[in-house]
Each structure stands twice: as C-alpha cells, then as structure tokens.
Design a protein around this ligand. Structure first.
Ligand SMILES: [Zn+2]
Length: 311
C-alpha cells in the first residue's frame, strides 16, 4: 500500500521552506493545520510520546514525515498524520498497477510456510473457514485454499477485490470490517498480513475483527519489525510513509492479549524466502526454519508474526 498523493492533491512545496523543512506547512498537499496530531498512544493510551525520527517522504518529494515513540509500550507512531478521510480514499478508489495484482512467487513460498504453521497451531476442534483481513492481491488466500481451507477475503481496494474474485475465484468483501452487511460472517481462522501497521486504530479494528472469529479459533497477524540491525545502524532506514505504526513484539502481543487472546508465539525476522534464488525450488520447512533462525541471529528481523488462540 502506498501513501502517495494524486498529482492534483500535491501541494506546491518549497515556496515557504523554513530552514529547508516543509513538514510544518504541508504533508502530501494537506495543510499542517489539518494534520491529525495524536496526544496519546493509540496502542497503550500512554501520553509520553517522544521524537523518534524525521525522514524524507518516500512518496512526496521535498516533504518530511515524523515518527514518535511511545515511552510506555515502545510502539513507533507516525505523528502527526494525514486525517482519516484522505487515507481511506487512497486505499479504496485508485486503480492498481498490474504488478500490484500479480502474485510474487517468493511471497507465495512465505504464505505456504505460514499456512503450515497455522495447520500446526490449529486448536483442537477448530473448523477450516479462513478469513484474510486486508487480502490485497489474494496471495495468502491462494495458499490457504490449496491446503483445504474454505477462504474469504476483505479488501478496501475495489480494484483488488474484484481482481481476486475474478482471477482466483475467491469471494472478497469490498469495504470496511465494521460494515453492517459483513456482520454475519464468522470464521475459524483469521489472518492479516502487513495490514495492521496501516490502520488508523489497530486496537479498535482488532476488536471489530474479533467479532468474526468463532471459538476455538486462531489469529495470525504479520507486521513489519523495526528492531532490525539496519534500522539500528541507520535510524529511519526502514520507514515507509504509509505505515502509521511500528509495533514491537511486546506491544503487538500486549494489544492482542488485552483483547482476550492467548498468545501462542511471536516470531521475529520470519521472511527467509526473500533470500531464495529460485522460488520454484521451495526449501523444506526445516530449512526455512533454520534460515529464519540464522537471519534472526544476524539481527535481520524484517517481520513480526504473531499467532494467538481464541477460546
Ligand atoms: Zn504505547
């Protein structure tokens, strides 16, 4: 997902540069006075937010994005941020480029690997109806379907939702999870990959998502991880404007636990497929696990993956 502004929305930047900093005036063409500043951490409600880093925007040249870190739960938060109405429109309407719809062979290896872990952790008596919250191009759902789950996705982007239905024959609800017409759908397994870091209110959304999970059920959440050696060596290196949150293993677990889940495990650095030379030669699960452990030892920890049980 990207946070890039449409060309007509991009403001004229540079005219009033004060000391070269543009963020006081504009962010993606939105006047600074219209940006939303959070006074409390949306994850733990702590009010001690400290400057973390200020980085050039990836999407809007000449602009800067600021992140703060909550002293209590250590979550890094984009602050200030664009107001909600801008963000939703960005995800819902635009037509996606063809590459955003193609399944990436290496990512598929990762999803298949994740599905093996899901199978292993399924609570006894758990059914096989699976929901992908924020399914994107449907890669995760394709792998879940292959191993016998009855699958459904939810996607805000109209273009992607249609694409997944038409190309992969997988039902996708287009819209927000609190939409009344989605209220009656329930599942045994809920997965969500690289979505929670984009949400305006991850806590509130998780509470809503939870209402769709049957007991006993399983939850899998994947988010990016800031506690990577590259970020430690160069603060801001891992930042992406479209990410509003960078959880830590503890803050993610805490948020999920506080919703009544039992945390099964939180893994760091689990994307060894990135280093595969050829995605067709999928390594054995044991090798993938070894690769993940080695990367973790080297402090290369690009991801956080949490598994939790609901009973
Ligand atoms: Zn916090």
């Amino acid at each position: 997902m990207s946070d890039g502004a449409s060309p007509q929305r991009q403001g004229k930047v540079g005219a009033d540069k004060a000391g070269g900093y543009v963020e006081t005036r504009l962010s993606a063409g939105v006047l600074a006075s219209n940006l939303e500043y959070l006074h409390r951490c949306p994850i733990c409600h702590g009010d001690d937010l400290r400057h973390y880093v200020r980085v050039p925007s990836l999407f809007n040249e000449g602009e800067f994005i600021r992140y703060e870190r909550c002293r209590d739960c250590r979550t890094v938060i984009r602050n200030p941020r664009l107001p909600p109405e801008y963000r939703l429109a960005r995800y819902e309407e635009p037509e996606m480029p063809p590459e955003a719809k193609q399944l990436n062979a290496k990512s598929q290896v990762h999803y298949a690997y994740m599905m093996r872990q899901v199978e292993r952790l399924l609570p006894e008596g758990c059914g096989r109806r699976l929901f992908d919250f924020g399914c994107g191009a449907g890669g995760f759902l394709v792998e879940a379907k292959k191993v016998g789950f009855e699958v459904m996705g939810l996607e805000l982007s109209k273009d992607l939702a249609q694409h997944v239905e038409q190309v992969h024959g997988i039902p996708v609800f287009q819209g927000l999870v609190d939409d009344p017409s989605f209220a009656d759908e329930t599942f045994d397994v809920i997965i969500s990959s690289q979505v929670f870091e984009h949400l305006l209110d991850p806590r509130g959304t998780l509470e809503e998502v939870k209402t769709h999970l049957r007991r006993p059920g399983l939850l899998l959440i994947e988010v990016p991880n800031l506690y990577d050696i590259r970020e430690r060596l160069h603060k801001g290196r891992m930042m992406d404007d479209s990410h509003l949150f960078y959880f830590t293993a503890r803050s993610l677990a805490r948020m999920v636990r506080e919703q009544g889940f039992e945390i099964l495990k939180v893994q760091e650095g689990l994307r060894p497929y990135r280093f595969l030379r050829n995605a067709d030669q999928t390594p054995a699960p044991g090798l993938m696990e070894l690769g993940a452990s080695l990367l973790s030892l080297c402090q290369i920890k690009t991801g956080l993956t949490l598994f939790a049980r609901w009973r």
